[in-house]
Design a protein around this ligand. Structure first.
Ligand code: GCB
Length: 593
């Protein structure tokens, strides 16, 4: 699905702002058809943002089920004869939309966009009421998975309480998290464009394929960053060769402007779609990961879309700060742990030249500490979940396929991939991913082992092994002296067993900014520095290690529990983006790499 950029033929109206919001405390709104007339007793709610932290009302923060959003807008009077498409960047985790009380569309999956043409439902100049039902429930057929539990022990609870259980470590923020846009196109329009780039000596090659609705000739032109014409082509599918091209590289971004035009002789009716394209190649062998044929070492972080007050709502200020902090640290990459991030973020990564491992929302598919409970069983994560997981991978690839920054797909984070049924489950998902995009390597992030009872049954299907390990933290807590032996031992076994390059996609220590001790103890800034230093020392000895992503970029919100003191504190930065001491140590290391 294409991002709605403005062009000569396309106008974009941003519907972000303050919407009307209503909690559906008893989850009766759908049955009572709240969408039929304007919502009553609403409170103001910003879009994009999570609703959870916006009020002082714990019933809103902890609600399990539906909430409702509504606003009105004017259909632009200049859009007569055009398509008018209403597009949501994301609604977490399920959204259903009505226009003036008439059903329009629905979408399952909290981190990907959806849209529909509403031009037949309202005339130019009309006032339009849009109503959205937002549902935050997680079950075994959603990604991430979860389970709603009814607490009904009469000795403990006055009346039954519904609680949302989930097995991942970030707060289940919900709401309209990304911008809502209304955009116009002509009736004949560019529905999709796919570019794949290649390098031939000094020349760059852009192979493209377009999908057009309606009739008309397709023309394509490429301009360099200064606006000079670099190449043209005719037809819905083709190739443009640019001699002496400037390539997109990690930390050295260069973007061409790629324009598709479709129309007949009448220029006024022509659709024009422009996006940025970086010319680069990605490949992998059994020891290295290459961009443009040059080996790269991933330096960076696992992250979250997370901010105080706004939760997971897109915050461009936060993102610019984060990209500047990543550049300041000499990082060259991050993983969209543990779900697809906003499209606006990938645009920035393209601009900054940051490599992105683009992850699906398949996180928390494990009962890691409960040996007797399995996740991949017919009554939990099952064929229906797999079908949904495949469709999420298709949607993700359809959305992000043209970003040069995206260099690898991650089908999930830390599933119990040692379970027998996990292997066929992930084989299906990985095959689907490769079919949807044969040009990028595929990984899955593992917390399993290369041996024993929890031996990884998926790693052999992947291009790169990505693992998360917390030596001296969750196990052998406080024992920094075991770190080097354990990293060396386990990583070597991964390579012996699977023969693939390896990225340590998570390692880190909860650290409360301002806590100090020497010798280091857990939760102090010195412990975080020392643990990371010891991991890094061994990475430098092992030539199949192709990257280090510290967990995490910044502190973030989690559900409440005895192991989390107001969230996860493994950030190199605080939640407000102030550096902990480790930031300076790692910055100095990455400067030399
Ligand atoms: C992990 C998870 C991540 C957690 C992290 C932690 O393995 O992938 O989501 O936040 O550990 O800090 O426990």
């Amino acid at each position: 699905m294409l991002y709605p950029y403005e062009s000569r033929s396309r106008e974009v109206k941003d519907l972000s702002g303050v919407w009307r919001f209503k909690l559906d405390a008893d989850n009766v709104g759908l049955q009572e058809k709240w969408y039929e007339k304007p919502l009553e007793d609403t409170i103001p709610m910003p879009v994009p943002a999570s609703y959870n932290d916006m009020t002082q009302d714990v019933r809103i923060r902890d609600h399990v089920g539906d909430v409702w959003y509504e606003r009105t807008f004017i259909m632009p009077s200049t859009w007569a004869g055009k398509r008018a498409v209403l597009r949501f960047g994301s609604v977490t985790h399920f959204g259903r939309v009505w226009i003036n009380g008439t059903y329009l569309m629905e979408h399952k999956g909290g981190y990907l966009p959806f849209e529909a043409d509403i031009s037949g439902m309202a005339a130019p100049g009309d006032e339009v009421r849009v109503t959205v039902q937002v549902n935050n429930v997680l079950d075994y057929q959603t990604l991430p998975p979860g389970e709603v539990e009814i607490l009904d022990d009469p000795y403990k609870y006055e009346k039954p309480i519904r609680v949302q259980r989930y097995f991942h470590d970030f707060y289940n923020y919900a709401g309209i998290h990304r911008p809502v846009k209304l955009y116009s196109t002509p009736q004949n329009y560019v529905k999709d464009v796919r570019v794949v780039t290649d390098i031939d000596g000094k020349a760059g090659i852009i192979r493209y394929e377009t999908e057009v609705c309606g009739s008309g000739q397709v023309r394509v032109e490429v301009r360099d960053a200064a606006g000079a014409l670099a190449g043209t082509a005719e037809g819905g599918k083709g190739e443009i060769r640019i001699e002496n091209a400037v390539f997109w590289k990690p930390m050295e971004s260069y973007l061409y402007r790629f324009t598709v035009m479709v129309g007949q002789d009448d220029k006024a009716q022509e659709d024009v779609y422009t996006m940025k394209v970086g010319i680069r190649t990605v490949s992998v062998d059994n020891r290295r990961f290459y961009v443009n044929g040059e080996p790269v070492y991933f330096k960076g972080f696992g992250k979250h879309e997370d901010m105080d007050i706004k939760g997971k709502g897109l915050d461009q200020a936060m993102w610019i700060k984060d990209f500047n902090l990543m550049s300041w640290m000499n990082a060259n990459s991050f993983r969209t742990s543990h779900y697809p991030y906003a499209e606006e973020v990938l645009d920035l990564a393209d601009e900054y030249g940051i490599l992105v491992i683009d992850e699906s929302p398949a996180v928390g598919m494990t009962f890691f500490n409960d040996e007797n409970k399995r996740m991949f069983v017919p009554e939990r994560v099952n064929d229906q979940t797999q079908a949904f997981h495949k469709s999420v991978m298709r949607e993700l690839i359809s959305r992000d396929k043209n970003h040069p920054c995206v260099v690898m797909w991650s089908v999930g984070n830390e599933p119990s991939c040692w379970e027998e049924a996990a292997a066929p489950y992930f084989k299906g998902v990985i095959d689907e991913t490769r079919a949807a995009d044969p040009t990028r390597p595929v990984t899955m992030v593992s917390c399993a082992f290369p041996y024993g009872k929890k031996k990884d049954k998926v790693a052999q299907m992947l291009d790169v092994v990505c693992i998360n390990k917390y030596y001296s933290w969750y196990e052998d807590s406080g024992m920094l002296d075991v770190v080097e032996y354990q990293v060396r031992k386990e990583l070597s076994l991964w390579y012996e067993e699977y023969g693939k390059p390896l990225i340590m996609t998570e390692y880190g220590a909860d650290t409360i900014a301002g806590y100090h001790s020497d010798p280091p103890v857990m939760f102090t800034e010195e412990y975080q520095i020392e643990m990371i230093r010891r991991f890094n020392k061994v990475f430098d000895e092992l030539d199949f290690v192709i990257g280090e992503h510290i967990w995490a970029f910044a502190d973030f919100a989690t559900k409440q529990g005895t192991t989390r003191v107001i969230g996860n504190k493994k950030g190199v930065f605080t939640r407000e983006r102030n550096p902990k001491s480790v930031a300076f140590a790692v910055k100095a290391r990455w400067e030399l790499m």
